[in-house]
Every structure is written in C-alpha cells, then in structure tokens.
Design a binder for this molecule. Sequence first.
Ligand code: SF4
Length: 292
Amino acid sequence: MPKLTKELVVNWHITEACNYKCDYCFAKWDSDSKEVLHSQIKIETLIEQIENIRHILNKSSQTVYFDQLRLNLVGGETFLYMKQLKNIINLSKKYNFRLSAITNGSLFNEIDMKFIAQNFSSLGISVDSINEYTNLAIGRTSKQNTFNPSQVLTAINKIKKYNPMIEIKINTVVNKLNASEDLSYFISQIQPNKWKIFKLLPVYSNKLDITEQEFHQFIEKHSSFKSIISSENNNDMTESYLMIDPLGRFFQNGYTSGYKYSSPLWQVSAETALKQIKFDSQKFVNRYKKIF
Ligand code: SF4
C-alpha cells in the first residue's frame, strides 16, 4: 500500500516567558538553565536536529511519508523576544521549513503585521473568551492590557491584506469560566480557516477542569462552524504531539502531573531523543488526518 504523504509538524516552545498569567497555563517546564533561543550555537544545532526528525520517522513508518516540515513556534508568548525570533526564522529558512506561530495576541499593537504576514504560512491566536471579566478571571491580562478581541480582529484583517493566503487559526481552551460562552459572533467576524477547540488539560491545575459533557455542549453550541472546528479531548492530546521545550528537550504530557523529558536536542541526536519519549505514531497519524 502506498504511504500517505503528509507534512510533519514540530512544535517548539521557544520561551516560557509570557506577559499573561493564565490559570491553566501549561507552559511551565522544569528548568534552571538558559533557554535555547539565547544561544546561537544551540539554536543552530537544535534546528539541524529538527530537520532530522522527519527523516527518522520516514524510515520507521509504514503508513506515512513526511515530505515537508512545518516548525510551529509557540510560547510563552512567541513574539516577546523579536530579535531572537527573527534569528530562528532566518535559520529555519535554510532548511526550507514552513513556519507557523501561536500567539496570545497581546502584542499585536507593537509588532509589524507585514513581518508576520511575510514569514508565517499560518498564525494561531489563543482566544478563550471575548468577555473582559472572564479574561481577567482566567488571567489573560498583562500590566498593559487585557485580551482585546477588537484589536485582534484589526490585526488579522491587516495580516490578511498583506498575505491573503495566510492560514488563520483560533485556539480555544474550554474550561469552567468560558464553557457557557458563545463565541459565534467573534468567530464569524474573524473567519478563521480553522478553529481548534481543546478541553482543558489539567497538567498543573485542575480547578477549572470541566466534564466531557460540558465540553461537548460547547462544541454543539458552535456546531454551525463544524466545517472549520477540530476538537481534541485529553486522550487525543496524549503522546500525539511532537513538542520541544525552551531548553530544547522533547516533552510530553499525559502523566498525572508535570512532564516527561528527553535529553536536549542540541546535546544528543534526534534519533536518541525520540527513543527517550513515548511517542504514539498511530495516534499522531490519526490526529493528523483529523486536523489537516
Ligand atoms: S497566554 Fe499562553 S503562555 Fe501565556 S500564560 Fe496564557 S496559556 Fe500561558
């Protein structure tokens, strides 16, 4: 049987630093050393190993062939360290990676929208609520501002003007505070290509956890967007992502608390690091089929 040809997605959390303080933030890693993005030599080695992941998986998979790699840059807040981010983008271009990013949207008034439009094929914005009080309660607020849906809308319109082909995604984490909210109007204004809806994954905190039923009710309420929605419950999310932390290690959730880590990819080969984590390739392919 011929193999399915797909794009491999590797998620690199380039920094833990963030100007928001969401209650259920999972961007917390065991670290006492400097993040990779501040070291030129570590970034270069890490990016080289990221390119190798695709070839290693191609050798071992009977069902899928990854013809391209998309490096998805995540935080913390991805656009917090612009100089370092630009360096990562330039190095990634050497390997012809497609680039995407996830942001909390808080710095849209400080970043050049043309820069985003020209460098990323896809941009994800985390939007859990459009209600100011709910955003305050969740912690989607900084010293300067609270999450501002109209600022996000303006920014997206500008980005689309510069790059009409860019893929816009909205990521929503359903939790106790937003489970009853209706985001339909906002979503119809943004017109994203995809809307990824996650059930809160209680890695560090479960006080805002919701039941499967509450999660399904949220999906049902927004069923008019079913052509763009992809939803993931905790089981789908476990061991089905290739995720690298700010220190350059693979990490995985799905454990009772905290993460499991590999050695840093700037220290060992991608082959060795992949053996140190539990990676369910079948789940990865299933998830992949569902989302793309
Ligand atoms: S915006 Fe994202 S990275 Fe920042 S605190 Fe919230 S969940 Fe964490």
